[in-house]
Design a protein. Structure first.
Length: 398
C-alpha cells in the first residue's frame, strides 16, 4: 500500500457493512469522525474505527451522501490514466454486449465507477449529466479521456452537450445549466437509427439526455408480438414502441400521451418513417377508463417513474395497480399487456405484485411471457440496487 495523501473519515459498522457489500455511498449518519477540514469535492480515504482502509471517494458536505466511493484499491492513483483506464473498461464492455456503439449509454454512473455521471452517445455527439461535485471538478480530465478512448476505437466525436439541469445538483452545491461543453455546434438535433427506425433526437430540450436508450431490446420484444394485433402505446413519448409495433405487422397502432409536445415529437417521427399511426393526446388513466372493451388486443404501458422517493412508494404502487387494472380490464382474453416501471424504489417484486393484484381485480389470469430490464449498456451491479431501476414485463391475458 502506497503512502496516503488524502485525509480520512471514519465510518460506523453499518456504513462499513454497506461498503463491503458493494454499495459505494456513505451517508451523513454513517460517519463517526473526520480527520480535519476537508474541501468539498476532494478525495478522502474511508477507514473503519480500527483505522483499516476501506476505500477512497469524493467528499461533499452539502450532500446527504457524504462520500461517493470510486475505488477500494489502496494502490490506485487518481490521475488521468486512472480515469482513462476506467473509461476503457466501460467502452470495451459495451462493444461486447451491444450490437454497435452508434447510439448507446457509454457511462452509467456508479455501475461504471463514475458516481453521478451519465454519458449517452447519439451518432457523433455525447450528451452528459453530472450529479457529483467530485466528478464536476474533474470533468475536463474525464471528458478528454473519453474522447481519446473513443478515438482509439475509431470513433470521432464532434461535441459534448451538457444537460446539468437536475435539482439534485443544487443539493450537491452546484449550479444548474445546459449547453455545449466546448465546441459549439449550430444544431442540437440529430437523427439516429435504432431497430431500423429513424428518430429525431432533440438533445437540448428532450427529456433527460434527449432519448431513452434503455428500452431498445424491449421494443424488439413488442415488435415480435405485434403482428395482426390492434396496438395501443400509452405514454408513447417519442413513439418508439408504437413504431416497433407498426414494423412488426400490427393491423393498427395508436400512440397516446398526455403531453402535446410528446404527441408532436412522435408524430414527426412517424412522418420521418412514413408510418400511419394514430395519435391521441390524453391522460392514460382517463383514456383507458372510458375505453370500450376489446378495442385493442395489445396494450403497452411505459409511464414515467411514479416515485422518486421512498416516502411516496405506497401511492406509486397504487398508481401502478390502477393503471394496469384499467389496461387489463380493456383487453380481451388472449390479449397482451406490456408494462414497465422505471423507478428503482418500486422493486421488481413490488411491481409484479401490483400487476398480479390488478389481474385479480380485473378477473383475469396472467401468463408471463418475458421479464426483462434495460439494455445491457445500462448494467445492473449487484450490491447497488439503484442500478436496477427498469422492470419490463409482457403478459398474455388468459
Amino acid at each position: 500500500m502506497q503512502n496516503r495523501e488524502y485525509k480520512k473519515i471514519y465510518i460506523t459498522n453499518k456504513g462499513e457493512t454497506e461498503l463491503k457489500g458493494g454499495h459505494p455511498w456513505i451517508y451523513e449518519g454513517e460517519i463517526k469522525s473526520i480527520d480535519g477540514s476537508i474541501l468539498d469535492g476532494s478525495l478522502v480515504d474511508v477507514s473503519d474505527d480500527k483505522n483499516k482502509y476501506l476505500g477512497t471517494g469524493f467528499y461533499n458536505s452539502n450532500s446527504k451522501i457524504r462520500v461517493r466511493v470510486i475505488s477500494r484499491n489502496a494502490n490506485d492513483t487518481f490521475d488521468e490514466e486512472f480515469y482513462k483506464r476506467r473509461i476503457s473498461y466501460a467502452i470495451d464492455y459495451r462493444k461486447n454486449v451491444m450490437d454497435n456503439l452508434d447510439n448507446a449509454r457509454l457511462i452509467f454512473g456508479e455501475a461504471d465507477g463514475f458516481p453521478g455521471l451519465t454519458v449517452d452517445k447519439f451518432n457523433n455527439i455525447l450528451v452528459t449529466e453530472v450529479l457529483c461535485l467530485g466528478i464536476e471538478q474533474r470533468k475536463d480530465i474525464i471528458y478528454n479521456a473519453l474522447i481519446e478512448v473513443l478515438k482509439e476505437n475509431g470513433i470521432e466525436i464532434d461535441g459534448i452537450y451538457e444537460r446539468n439541469e437536475s435539482p439534485i445538483r443544487e443539493l450537491e452545491g452546484m449550479d444548474k445549466y445546459k449547453g455545449w461543453y466546448k465546441e459549439t455546434l449550430e444544431c442540437t438535433n440529430t437523427i439516429i437509427i435504432e431497430n431500423d427506425i429513424k428518430f429525431n433526437v432533440d438533445f437540448e430540450n428532450g427529456q433527460k439526455t434527449g432519448f431513452f436508450l434503455d428500452q431498445k431490446y424491449n421494443r424488439l420484444l413488442v415488435k415480435k408480438l405485434a403482428k395482426n394485433k390492434k396496438v395501443l402505446d400509452c405514454c408513447t413519448h417519442t413513439g418508439a414502441f408504437a413504431m416497433n409495433a407498426y414494423l412488426g405487422g400490427a393491423t393498427s397502432v395508436t400512440a397516446l400521451d398526455i403531453s402535446e409536445k410528446a404527441i408532436e415529437d412522435s408524430s414527426n417521427n412517424f412522418k420521418l418513417n412514413n408510418m400511419k399511426i394514430n395519435t391521441v393526446c390524453d391522460d392514460a388513466f382517463k383514456y383507458l377508463e372510458k375505453l370500450a372493451p376489446k378495442t385493442y388486443d395489445f396494450i403497452i404501458l411505459d409511464p414515467p417513474a411514479f416515485t422518486k422517493s421512498r416516502k411516496t412508494i405506497s401511492n406509486a404502487l397504487k398508481g401502478y395497480k390502477e393503471l394496469n387494472y384499467l389496461a387489463l380490464k380493456a383487453l380481451p382474453r388472449g390479449g397482451y399487456l406490456a408494462t414497465a416501471s422505471c423507478s428503482h424504489f418500486a422493486t421488481e417484486e413490488m411491481f409484479k405484485h401490483e400487476i398480479y393484484e390488478a389481474g385479480l381485480q380485473a378477473g383475469v389470469t396472467l401468463r408471463l411471457i418475458s421479464a426483462t430490464g434495460p439494455s445491457p449498456d445500462h448494467p445492473e451491479v449487484l450490491g447497488i440496487p439503484e442500478t436496477k431501476y427498469l422492470k419490463f414485463f409482457i403478459f398474455q391475458v388468459v
